[in-house]
Design a protein around this ligand. Structure first.
Ligand code: BGC
Length: 379
């Protein structure tokens, strides 16, 4: 891959990188890793050049982000023995993404998760969206924000951060209003991947932005996520119908397999959840301010991932529809339950559920949201 520009920020670190990752398996090699951002060509889509940015912090940990779909393609960090591997599913070439994997690492919009029968009303006017998931609309439709090329610019401050922007035109995928969306990714020296979203519109519209990274803290899809432990600060969740649309009820997790208020092995009760976990948790924090809402941990690698968000909900999805047909760049089958998503969001189908927190955005308002994934390792 040809590096076409490099912005380095201060520190540099000489580290040994063993890339035994979800998407890349290489022998350990010595690499001179500098804090900062590099930009490289990643191919072409929609007649536009796509770039792959690499954000490196002062520990030498790296996050790669593609301007196609705003996808986090890898997040490489060490385990407790110092072996580096990617903790997210991804591909090392654009072709993997053009083949439409199920939203690996992507920015999701305009509406993350489902809208029942692809219909909603604003001020009495009914809008009709694509039904691309059985009878329902999912993750923005046929060509959501995960499948468009974002404009990019690099914030030249003391920590590597990448700004992405996209203008979603009035009527795109059936949604009203010209929506200007900005997303800023930052990798801190504390191994936090910070994602800041903002948006404005010129007509009332609905909006639910998230990132769809699939995590496996072991860094290897040969392992399922069933032995990893999860804690979610949610006393309630939103049960769903057979098409995964919330019934509208908000139900206590107490005494159910959805009780993750204390850390539990993901596999401990998954067999009593039909199909596996694919549910929105109603966060006790209620949204608004940035608060810690979940912790995922893996004893084997010593890695831990904390999730902080300003959003009121968290979609916990255990990769139930992964079935081995998609392979990593190095040919490993991506099977059921080999990765999980912790998608910070508003609740699915909110435009049709007046009792859920509102997802309406009106002209003159600016939508703001922030999510931080913080990785650490215990030796
Ligand atoms: C949804 C799943 C869906 C997955 C990938 C998740 O956010 O909740 O139902 O299959 O995304 O498409």
């Amino acid at each position: 891959m040809k590096s076409i520009s490099t912005i380095t920020l201060g520190l540099s670190a000489l580290i040994t990188v063993s890339m035994i990752s979800c998407n890349d398996q290489k022998k350990a090699e010595n690499m001179d890793v500098k804090k900062g951002i590099t930009k490289a060509s990643f191919g072409n889509a929609d007649g536009k050049e796509v770039f792959l940015y690499t954000l490196t912090n002062d520990k030498g940990d790296q996050v790669k982000i593609s301007t196609y779909g705003g996808v986090v393609t890898s997040w490489v960090a060490p385990d407790k023995s110092g072996n580096r591997s990617s903790i997210v599913l991804g591909f090392d070439s654009l072709s993997g993404y053009l083949a439409k994997p199920p939203y690996f690492g992507a920015l999701i919009g305009r509406y993350g998760n489902r809208i029942a029968r692809g219909k909603f009303k604003i001020d009495g006017f009914e809008y009709t969206l694509a039904t691309n998931d059985g009878p329902n609309h999912l993750h923005g439709g046929n060509k959501g924000f995960d499948k468009v090329v974002w404009e990019s610019s690099v914030a030249n401050d003391s920590i590597p951060s990448l700004s992405l922007s996209y203008l979603s035109k009035d009527g795109e995928e059936g949604y009203p209003g010209n929506l200007q969306v900005n997303v800023k990714y930052t990798l801190t020296d504390e191994d936090e991947l910070k994602i800041e979203y903002s948006a404005t519109t010129d007509k009332p519209t609905v909006l639910n932005l998230t990132n769809h990274s699939y995590f496996n803290l072991t860094g290897d899809v040969a392992n399922t996520i069933l032995n990893q432990r999860l804690q979610i600060d949610a006393d309630n969740y939103t049960p769903v119908d057979s098409t995964l649309i919330p019934t509208g009820q908000i139900v206590s997790v107490k005494g159910t397999p959805f009780d993750f208020t204390t850390a539990e092995k993901i596999g401990a009760r998954i067999d009593s959840v039909k199909g596996g976990y694919d549910h929105n948790f109603v966060l006790n924090s209620k949204g608004g301010s940035l608060q810690k809402v979940a912790t995922l941990s893996d004893d084997g690698s010593g890695r831990e991932l904390q999730v902080f968000t300003t959003e009121p909900g968290l979609q916990f999805y255990t990769g139930n529809f992964l079935d081995g047909t998609i392979k990593t760049s190095d040919g490993k089958a991506i099977n059921k339950n080999t990765a999980l998503c912790l998608e910070t969001q508003h609740f699915p189908n909110s435009p049709n559920q007046p009792s859920f927190p509102s997802t309406l955005l009106s002209p003159g308002q600016t939508f703001h949201s922030e999510t931080v994934y913080k990785l650490s390792v215990t030796k």
